[in-house]
Design a protein around this ligand. Structure first.
Ligand SMILES: Nc1ncnc2c1ncn2[C@@H]1O[C@H](COP(=O)(O)OP(=O)(O)OP(=O)(O)O)[C@@H](O)[C@H]1O
Ligand SMILES: [Mg+2]
Length: 265
């Protein structure tokens, strides 16, 4: 008799329960994260905002399995995360491409399995996905910042991870390229249906992309608010609803910084 227990979707895609993290600095424990609880469902897009040093990168690094010394539980589809895995892809603020490899070789470098025909197909598909089919033989120094980040996204997606983690991936790009990259991310999400977590300093970017925006408080990082963005795509950054959410998030930051709130719509 066959059972389909393994296929039950009762576990959230990502479960974080009571997560706390201290860094040891000169034998003193410095709290970076404190009591984080967050559940992310299959296919969801969660944007995380918070002031510098509040632990956003630490949180992503723990989910990526790059940081394993913490208290609490972090699980993917019910399985505790104990280290890095192909089920998670990561994009960093700087593209981290290998300068001596071509675009195609950089994406191929990220691929951990497969025989040569399959590898070729996956690499081609993912270069196509990020709109860089014509640049397979280019070297990183021949790319613009936006193109290099597209390669980094292709490299992170080539193993077809369940979860894509992005840590301020467009921070170094100019405003217009950044907006174009946001559109790209939406297109990729629609095509791949990957669950995504984006850390960003750009509040509009968080509202433009996220199904929910997680607002963190500064040190030690705690979740202050989770704001649902119930707006259809494509989102209008000037719409009343969009501006209202922006105002709510600003209000949180102003409150924490004890600044007088002066943002009217
Ligand atoms: N390896 C480390 N050793 C000691 N302290 C660390 C280490 N990494 C981070 N920290 C500290 O932990 C806190 C959180 O750092 P983290 O890099 O996660 O912040 P962040 O929210 O990503 O900041 P930013 O927005 O500036 O990137 C900071 O106070 C930082 O100094
Ligand atoms: Mg960071």
């Amino acid at each position: 008799m066959s059972t389909k227990h393994n296929e039950r979707k009762t576990e959230p895609r990502l479960g974080i329960e009571g997560l706390s993290k201290n860094y040891l600095v000169r034998s003193e424990a410095i709290p970076a994260l404190d009591g984080i609880d967050l559940t992310i469902e299959d296919g969801e897009f969660v944007a995380i905002v918070g002031s510098s040093g509040c632990g956003k990168s630490t949180l992503l690094r723990i989910i990526a399995g790059l940081e394993t010394d913490y208290a609490g539980r972090v699980s993917l589809a019910g399985k505790s995360i104990t280290g890095p895995g192909l089920d998670r892809g990561m994009v960093f603020q700087e593209h981290r491409l290998l300068p001596w490899l071509t675009v195609e070789q950089n994406v191929r470098f990220g691929l951990k399995t497969g025989y040569s025909g399959e590898v070729r197909k996956l690499v081609d598909e993912h270069l196509d996905l990020v709109g860089l089919s014509g640049f397979a033989n280019a070297y990183p120094y021949q790319l613009s910042g936006g193109m290099a980040q597209r390669v980094a996204i292709a490299r992170a997606l080539v193993n077809q991870p369940e979860l894509l983690l992005m840590d301020e991936p467009f921070g170094a790009l100019d405003a217009l390229t950044r907006i174009q990259m946001q559109q790209e991310v939406l297109r990729i999400r629609k095509a791949e249906k990957t669950t995504m977590i984006l850390v960003t300093h750009d509040i509009d970017e968080a509202i433009f992309l996220g199904d929910r925006v997680v607002v963190m408080s500064s040190r030690p990082g705690r979740i202050k608010r989770v704001i649902k963005v119930d707006l259809p795509h494509p989102r209008d950054r000037g719409s009343y609803e969009f501006v209202k959410i922006r105002q709510e998030i600003y209000r949180e930051f102003f409150k924490e910084a004890e600044l007088p709130f002066s943002y009217a719509i």
